[in-house]
Design a binder for this molecule. Structure first.
Ligand SMILES: Nc1nc2c(ncn2[C@@H]2O[C@H](COP(=O)(O)OP(=O)(O)OP(=O)(O)O)[C@@H](O)[C@H]2O)c(=O)[nH]1
Ligand SMILES: [Mg+2]
Length: 310
């Protein structure tokens, strides 16, 4: 293995990082045979698959507990009723995609495994969403196992997560412990929405919940977020969410940022494992392994090289 610095474009840097992680997994051999290495292998494979489909599209998924209002918000963003909404819980069992603009999304949607597809023009006042693939997911806390599996499967391959919560469930462990706590490297590809604000009657109640939710998300280690307050049923606050989604889509870098976040998470977790096993630092293989993992994680390695030379 020959450690080298990335000098190319950002896309080369993504695939280069994936190569570093791949090399680390191969170099690490016995030391890394663990769940973390297997997960790392999956991340490397995903990076290569998603990057092969790159194009200019951004996949934004609405995720959350049953009844939080994902489908209602989805329909508001689309501008008419596409997804079923109901008082029956849970309602959505299969992911549905709304696709803005002319760029062919067939291969991407096949890879995402989303078969319910609704195409929209990106002309006129829709032009800000050109390139967007918006997905309405089933509930991630479902009593139906198939719904949870479907939500997790699509989330794994999405570029941007929009966490849709409500005044009753915003502190639920499922959101914070199972998802946000594991997403410490994904701040630029997430949004947090507090829906159903029309149901909060106390004065100052909405601001209080937003503050509380913001603090919980920060405590998860997920980042410092603006909490978007919406009433999807009444159409309140939806334009702000739409604008924020439009900005992410216009940047055209969310796919890359999500994947870099995954590589960093994986490499960092393996780095801590290697640290714990205390492989002798003089060992050439371990040295290469540490360098590869640090490069995949985006940790500077120049200092190590200087130290070695002196
Ligand atoms: N009061 C109020 N009700 C809402 C709001 N958004 C959605 N609802 C209602 O909440 C219920 C659930 O809405 P859905 O959009 O189906 O929720 P969902 O998150 O898609 O639910 P699942 O598909 O089961 O995961 C429906 O009766 C909606 O009319 C809102 O902002 N305010
Ligand atoms: Mg739904």
């Amino acid at each position: 293995m020959s450690p080298r610095r990335s000098t190319g474009s950002r896309s080369e840097s993504l695939t280069w990082r994936a190569d570093q992680l791949q090399e680390a997994i191969e170099t690490g051999g016995a030391e890394l045979i663990s769940d973390a290495a297997i997960a790392g292998q999956r991340v490397v494979a995903k990076v290569r698959e998603r990057w092969a489909l790159k194009g200019g599209r951004t996949v934004v998924s609405l995720a959350g507990a049953t009844g939080s209002g994902k489908s209602t918000l989805f329909n508001q963003l689309v501008g008419h009723t596409v997804a079923d909404i109901s008082a029956r819980r849970p309602t959505t069992s299969r992911a549905t995609a709304a696709i803005w603009g002319d760029e062919d999304a067939t291969d991407l949607l096949n890879w995402l495994g989303v078969n319910q597809r609704h195409h929209l023009s990106a002309d006129g006042d829709q032009s800000d969403l050109d390139g967007l693939v918006l997905i309405d997911l089933p509930d991630f806390d479902s009593r139906e196992l198939a719904n949870r599996v479907e939500a997790d499967r699509v989330l794994e391959r999405s570029d941007v997560f929009v966490w849709v919560t409500d005044p009753q469930k915003y502190a639920d462990a499922r959101l914070h412990e199972d998802y946000l706590s594991a997403l410490k490297e994904h701040e630029t590809v997430m949004m947090v929405v507090l829906n159903q604000i029309d149901r909060v009657s106390e004065e100052g109640g909405v601001e209080g919940i937003k503050d509380d939710l913001k603090a919980l998300v920060a405590a998860d280690g997920a980042g410092d977020f603006t909490i978007y307050g919406t009433s999807a049923r009444m159409g309140l606050g939806v334009s702000d969410v739409r604008q924020a989604i439009g900005s992410v889509v216009a940047e055209r870098n969310a796919a890359e940022n999500r994947l870099v976040g995954d590589l960093r998470t994986s490499a960092t977790s393996m780095l801590s494992m290697v640290g714990e096993t205390e492989i002798a630092s003089s060992d050439v293989v371990s040295d290469d392994l540490l360098t590869a993992l640090k490069q995949a994680a985006g940790v500077p390695v120049v200092l190590d090289a200087v130290q070695r030379n002196t």
